[in-house]
Design a protein around this ligand. Sequence first.
Ligand code: AMP
Length: 146
Amino acid sequence: MPTFRDVLNHKGKALFTIRPEATIREAVRSLVSHGVGSLLVTDEEGRIRGILTERDILRFVDGHCHRFSEARVSERMTPEVHTGAPEDDLDDVMDRMTVKRFRHLPVLEEGRPVAMISIGDVVNALRSAHEYENRQLKGYISGGYA
Ligand code: AMP
């Protein structure tokens, strides 16, 4: 079964981070300029402090627009971050993300965050794996009866 490692091999490792003391405006700029939906919040030693996604920003914008420039990332991030490991099975990951209702998962290697995987990456990897399996089965069946 495919794992996070397959996704990382295909997509490469990319992780965009922000500090807890950065402003929401800075976070929006970073999300837009990198074309991503989430930022891992880390301190100066690289330790994980939280996660901030476009959904957190939407909730903030609904009613707090006037504080866009002074509100801090630390006020809106989720501090308890769920993480994955390269050897995690993608079917299990998909279940976790669906049950917990989030679309982003940082991957840790030797305790350090190395990549952010989105639910879109997981769906694409599972789709490719199922297509491959289908082709193999069809080949096996038609070969077997040829
Ligand atoms: P998302 O669907 O990823 O935009 O996130 C929905 C909510 O879950 C937001 O409040 C996020 O801060 C939070 N969230 C997203 N990913 C994670 C994660 N890996 N661990 C904990 N919370 C998360």
